[in-house]
Design a protein around this ligand. Structure first.
Ligand SMILES: [Zn+2]
Length: 226
């Protein structure tokens, strides 16, 4: 209830620049380009990471928006950010990097963290992305079939080795939310940092018979191809 009241009382300002709109056109334009390949991160498990694409580097207005959605309870932002992922999926499909039907799997979060944040932002982003893809004529569905189990800490502030240790074996599978048997999937995340989360999630999906066509994120910490 408090969240609802605050929603009514507090003005929604752009997390990127403070403009008096929830997410202004010039900050949104940062996510408007074509998705670019994230260069393989320099980790020893890079070979486990499916091809990863991102819309921008993790900085500036997009970093501010991701943090506002994830850490500061801006529940209106995931759907807006998800629109950009949807447009990116349409572009990736046009160049056959991914093939429809698109089964979108949100990157795993901790269920408790998701509840505290008033719903899982990644699932909200994936639903918005699917809506954009469907509007463009691509059959799409969202399969929130992964979570991180009890004991997994939030990965903020951990280095690559610590993230690997943190995630290893802690990605949980939820069969009731799974895509149809054998369906290839696209893994969606807000930020690709070391690739450890993507690698752990892809390993579980692969083991369950779902090849990962690509990982698509809003932003990447490692460099991207031109
Ligand atoms: Zn702005």
């Amino acid at each position: 209830m408090w969240t609802t009241l605050l929603d009514l009382v507090l003005p929604r300002t752009c997390p990127g620049c403070g403009a008096a709109v929830p997410w202004c056109a010039s900050c949104a334009a940062v996510l408007g380009g074509r998705p670019r390949r994230v260069l393989p991160p320099p980790t020893d498990d890079a070979s486990d990471v499916p091809p990863a694409y991102a819309l921008t580097r993790y900085r500036g207005p997009v970093r501010a928006a991701v943090l506002a959605a994830k850490e500061h309870g801006r529940r209106d932002l995931p759907a807006v950010l998800g629109d950009a992922l949807g447009a990116a999926l349409v572009r990736l499909t046009a160049v056959s990097v991914v093939l429809a039907p698109l089964w979108l799997v949100p990157a795993p979060t901790r269920p408790a963290a998701a509840r505290r944040r008033g719903g899982d932002p990644m699932t909200a982003m994936a639903r918005a992305a699917a809506t954009v893809a469907v509007a463009a004529g691509l059959p799409s569905g969202v399969a929130p079939c992964l979570s991180t189990g009890r004991g997994a800490r939030d990965s903020v502030g951990l280095d690559a080795a610590a993230r690997r240790a943190n995630l290893q074996g802690r990605v949980r599978w939820h069969g009731r939310a799974a895509p149809p048997s054998g369906a290839p999937v696209v893994l969606l995340d807000d930020v690709l940092t070391t690739g450890a989360t993507a690698a752990a999630a892809a390993a579980v999906l692969h083991r369950r018979g779902h090849p990962v066509q690509a990982v698509l994120t809003l932003a990447a910490v490692p460099p991207m191809a031109r």
